[in-house]
Design a protein around this ligand. Structure first.
Ligand code: NAG
Ligand code: NAG
Ligand code: NAG
Ligand code: NAG
Ligand code: NAG
Length: 426
């Protein structure tokens, strides 16, 4: 019997989707006059930390602002309360980003959207635990962020665990058995690759060589890593990193002639994001990428996504990436959760953190950090939301993962990308 890997991945998950459709109840419109409504604030402050300079940061910013606009102009969702989103830039330096994030936490926001990098998500999650401010990230896909250590971290996209499982399926299907893994040696890259190793092991395959690149590497640094990779036996290379950095790796690989025949390159979803956002790609770029396999979050086509796609074209010349759809849905998810929060009598109030009171003075001025009293309630309301967004049905499992993880496998061929249909002989 033959079937496609994509279809199998989807079929495995359709049951979860069906269950959630049954449980989904969309009654959010209530009388504008009940007591819970009258105690609602006019403004709720939320903050977002993004890396403005990055490819994903640029489009995510537009998607977030569009979502805020749409939520604020829909009186049924928050019944008069407006979201006030402030955007903050985090540069690639972990230290500067961390200091910036702590500054943001001082400004009494009820939630933080972002950060973009998994590394910063780890750091901010500790602050979020202390101050009880939920963090919703649609880009921090490091599987270890799901850990019980970070109750206030909510990932509003799928963990890399699932795309690593898909890659392991591809490797097994083609009988490659061994791969070389290239990644930047920071949380996102390293933990994703650990996950890949686990998934390969389950299928009797393995990572035969790990090629970590130091963060902030120059092209010379990358070259010396790739020269080592070229000496290895395995000709199947998996690259897992952020979009901006991944492009640097491909540039170097191209100059070393490693993108040509003899190698199989598999890029995680950073490459499909690059292709989508930069569309249409210059033919020179697409020529260099011929044959590369990449993964992309599978999002079912719907009337809403088509409508959003046409609105998007009016907003920007950047192409639409699945990251934009997840960013947009994240704001709606938060708005739905806040609505439930106010319905339950939740209020926005902050109090001094007694533990920090004695850290008098000090350059960090920690005593000015306040705890969000309603934080735990809002966190639970976020995890309890059931809604239909641009990315499909949004609902969390008991271990805080979004339901319905699905990826499609793409191959760069000719002037575009083609969906791969792989045949299994079962
Ligand atoms: C809200 O309640 C007040 C007093 O109870 C009433 O006069 C008013 O008509 C109500 N407004 C709406 C929109 O129901
Ligand atoms: C929105 O938030 C910013 C930053 O916290 C604040 O300066 C501004 O006053 C807020 N706007 C409103 C309308 O409250
Ligand atoms: C980010 O870097 C730019 C220049 O590279 C600098 O102007 C800016 O202040 C930095 N932002 C933060 C938050 O450090
Ligand atoms: C996508 O949506 C169509 C129409 O609603 C449905 O028939 C199909 O099963 C969906 N596919 C997935 C993978 O959810
Ligand atoms: C606000 O919420 C806190 C709990 O988060 C509660 O203790 C307090 O009584 C509430 N205040 C009002 C005015 O409802």
């Amino acid at each position: 019997m033959k079937r496609s890997i994509l279809r199998e991945m989807i079929l495995n998950l359709v049951w979860a989707m069906m269950l959630s459709v049954v449980k989904f109840s969309g009654c959010y419109v209530e009388g504008l006059n009940d007591t819970s409504v009258s105690s609602r604030p006019h403004i709720v402050n939320i903050a977002s930390v993004l890396t403005f300079d990055s490819i994903i940061g640029k489009v995510a910013k537009i998607a977030l602002q569009e979502a805020i606009k749409d939520v604020n102009s829909d009186p049924t969702i928050l019944k008069g309360t407006k979201l006030n989103l402030t955007l903050h830039d985090s540069n690639f330096s972990a230290f500067l980003s961390m200091m910036e994030a702590i500054q943001v936490m001082k400004t009494e926001n009820v939630a933080l959207i972002g950060p973009q990098s998994s590394e910063l998500a780890h750091v901010i999650s500790h602050v979020a635990n202390e101050l009880q401010v939920p963090i919703l990230s649609f880009t921090a896909t490091d599987p270890t962020l799901s850990s019980l250590q970070y109750p206030y971290f909510v990932r509003t996209t799928h963990s890399d665990l699932y795309q690593m499982a898909a890659i392991a399926d591809i490797v097994k299907y083609y009988g490659w058995r061994q791969v070389t893994a290239i990644y930047y040696d920071e949380d996102h890259g390293r933990n994703g690759i650990v996950s890949l190793g686990d998934q390969l092991a389950v299928r009797g395959c393995k990572i035969s060589y790990k090629a970590p690149i130091k963060p902030l590497a120059t092209k010379t640094d990358i070259t010396s890593v790739l020269v080592q990779v070229a000496l290895m036996e395995s000709r199947v290379i998996v690259v897992h990193t952020y979009t901006n950095w991944g492009i640097d790796i491909l540039d170097v690989a191209k100059s070393l002639g490693m993108l040509e025949n003899g190698y199989v390159w598999i890029a995680t979803n950073w490459l499909s994001a690059f292709i989508d956002i930069s569309y249409p790609l210059p033919s020179k770029t697409i020529d260099a990428m011929q044959g590369i396999i990449t993964l992309k979050s599978y999002i079912n086509d719907s009337k809403r996504t088509r409508k959003f796609t046409s609105e998007w074209r009016k907003l920007t010349t950047f192409g639409l990436s699945t990251y934009c759809l997840y960013a947009y849905d994240t704001v709606w998810l938060l708005a739905r959760a806040l609505d439930a929060f106010f319905d339950q009598g939740g209020n926005i109030s902050f109090s001094k953190d007694i533990k920090l009171k004695d850290s008098k003075g000090g350059i960090l001025n920690l005593e000015s950090l306040n705890i969000f009293n309603g934080g735990n309630l809002l966190r639970q309301d976020i995890l309890n939301v059931k809604m239909k967004g641009l990315t499909g049905v949004i609902e969390f499992t008991s271990d805080k993962n979004l339901i319905f993880p699905a990826f499609e496998v793409l191959n760069v061929i000719g002037t575009g990308v083609r969906r791969i249909v792989m045949d299994f002989n079962t």
